[in-house]
Design a protein around this ligand. Structure first.
Ligand code: SF4
Ligand code: SF4
Length: 73
């Protein structure tokens, strides 16, 4: 199973909880700031290591993360 996430940058408050929650270390703080002045979380997964475990989405207090998973082909 592989996965991917989509982070709603405008909902993100830059709390970093998802960054610490991801077992694969696939989330970083963006250099840019969003319209509220926060550095939003950014998904970086060049090796497609995301498992779709949903830990990042479950911990996000702003419900800013959507998780999509797909079977490996
Ligand atoms: S779904 Fe799991 S592996 Fe994928 S980014 Fe979120 S915490 Fe990391
Ligand atoms: S847990 Fe949610 S609000 Fe916090 S940095 Fe991650 S996406 Fe942003």
């Amino acid at each position: 199973m592989t996965g991917k996430i989509v982070i709603n940058e405008e909902l993100c408050k830059g709390c970093l909880l998802c960054i610490n929650a991801c077992p694969q270390k696939l989330i970083v703080a963006a250099e840019e700031i969003n319209s509220k002045g926060y550095h939003p979380a950014e998904f970086v997964d060049p090796k497609e290591a995301c498992t779709g475990c949903t830990l990042c989405a479950l911990i996000c207090p702003e419900v800013a993360i959507e998780v999509f998973s797909k079977e490996k082909t």
